[in-house]
Design a protein around this ligand. Structure first.
Ligand code: ZN
Length: 485
């Protein structure tokens, strides 16, 4: 290009995103990239979490961390590397994770004497340390959580939903009795359920995993499962009863009050950055994201509507910002003059900011403020003097409405099925989740997968009057069956 003929840079125009109603998969990629939540990394299967996306994770962390600590857990940090000899100690555990473990075999120019796994999860290294730290019943329960990254070499990846490296928290606890451990497992599942429903506004179903679907090395796994609009379930948080399996493998024993040496009972539980994928999928619409206020990086944005005299309007906008910030609202003032108000409206709608505050000359004259909700695009004019309380009330209303909408959508997608034909129709045509009676056999469980591509997401009830939809023999219980991410 001719240097003397310098072109005026084109104004950035809001690029269209694929409507969610048209193609949810493309829509998902579009919003993740265009809202700058994440970007593809130059390493296959890895993503870069950008500041706007990382802010969501920080809010998730802050809320969960407070809950964990409130129940007596403490944070600690364990190494990224796990010696191979540790990983192989629990046979089922290593077998379950082997296909996706990344190994370090060399340091500088020298091959290592023993391969080191990059942690896919930390039971092995933590089990080793717990054996060292626990001596008597007085050391129990031991309640530790770790915020960390883990690596699982995945074949197919999608930002947040499935990435080779991801962030998570993993709680690891040791107890004196199975009863205590079991209480912990259920308590933490309930922490996840209430967090996901109340703070992320995502309704879930919960229950025990089948033996086939449980965590490798666990006695039992409990899960909360959300259902995405495309009918695929997303495992959103799991809590594992590890029984004495890891205590045996790593020799975690303690001297009990009766003078006997006993094996401890351990648990682990985790939630990861894939939950951000669930927030995006559940709440977004054709215009883009819709963040639930509890975890929205920006809860309200102020857009000054400036045409000629900016001074007075900007002054007012700054005053609003100060007042709301003082009230604890995560507030952003967009005072860039290189973008028109209308452009900004679409931009923040796409970014899912729950409330937009518009302030112009007329509003100042009338001592009013204009607020637009992202969830239903409802616009209201409120007296200036009622700003703080109205914003608080509207944020709460958006949070509740998103949950109500998601709950309706979930119930519309769960269907009972009393035959295999019905089950197939629910999975394949209705893109839903089926509630069916099942005899409990692995053979019939396998049939769900081979015939429909769906799996048992969790056990809904431990008893059932009906017959197994696969083999027709009397059922042991009811299960939720769906395809999954
Ligand atoms: Zn059966």
């Amino acid at each position: 290009m001719n240097a003397g003929n310098k072109q005026v840079p084109e104004k950035k125009v809001l690029e269209a995103i694929t409507p969610k109603s048209q193609d949810i998969s493309r829509w998902y990629t579009d919003v993740v990239l265009k809202a700058r939540l994440a970007d593809y990394a130059p390493i296959k299967g890895c993503m870069v979490i950008r500041p706007y996306g990382y802010a969501v994770w920080e809010n998730v962390q802050r809320i969960l961390d407070e809950k964990f600590k409130g129940l007596g857990h403490q944070n600690a940090y364990f190494p990224l590397f796990i010696p191979e000899s540790f990983l192989v100690k629990e046979a089922e555990h290593v077998e379950g994770f082997a296909p996706e473990v990344a190994w370090v075999t060399q340091a500088g120019k020298d091959p290592l004497e023993e391969r080191l796994a990059i942690r896919p999860t930390s039971e092995a290294i933590i089990g080793h340390m717990y054996a060292k730290w626990i001596e008597s019943y007085r050391d129990l329960p031991l309640l530790i959580n770790q915020w960390a990254n883990v690596v699982r070499w995945e074949k197919v990846t999608r930002p947040f939903l499935r990435t080779t490296e991801f962030l998570w928290q993993e709680g690891h606890t040791a107890h004196r009795s199975h009863e205590d451990a079991n209480f912990e497992v259920r308590q933490m599942l309930e922490v996840y359920r209430s967090f996901v429903e109340n703070d992320l506004a995502i309704p879930v179903v919960s229950g025990r995993k089948t033996q086939r679907e449980k965590f490798a090395g666990a006695l039992d796994t409990f899960t909360i499962e959300a259902l995405m609009p495309d009918g695929q379930a997303l495992q959103s948080g799991t809590s594992h009863d590890l029984g004495q399996n890891f205590a045996k493998a790593f020799n975690i024993n303690f001297l009990d009050s009766d003078g006997e040496r006993k094996l401890a009972w351990t648990t682990s539980w985790g939630m990861s950055t894939r939950i951000i994928g669930a927030i995006i999928m559940t709440h977004g619409d054709d215009r883009g994201l819709r963040f639930p206020p509890h975890v929205a990086p920006i809860q309200a944005v102020i857009v000054p509507v400036v045409y000629k005299e900016p001074g007075l309007i900007l002054e007012k906008a700054r005053e609003i910002k100060t007042r709301l910030a003082k009230n604890g609202v995560r507030i952003h003032l967009d005072d860039r003059d290189s973008f028109k108000p209308g452009w900004k409206y679409s931009e923040y709608e796409m970014m899912g900011v729950p409330l937009r505050i518009e302030i112009g000359q007329k509003d100042i004259e009338k001592k009013q403020i204009c607020i637009v909700r992202r969830d239903n695009l409802e616009k209201s004019f409120i007296p200036d003097s009622e700003l703080e309380e109205t914003v608080e009330r509207l944020l709460d209303a958006v949070q509740k409405n998103l949950y109500a909408q998601a709950k309706t959508a979930l119930f519309e997608k769960i269907f009972p099925a009393d035959s295999f034909e019905k089950l197939r129709e629910i999975i394949k045509d209705k893109h839903g989740m089926a509630s069916v009676s099942w005899c409990g056999s692995e053979k019939c469980e396998e049939q769900f997968k081979t015939e429909t591509g769906a799996t048992v997401r969790c056990i809904q009830e431990d008893s059932s009057q009906g017959n197994c939809v696969v083999c027709g023999s009397s059922a042991k219980g009811k299960v939720f069956v769906a395809r999954c991410y």
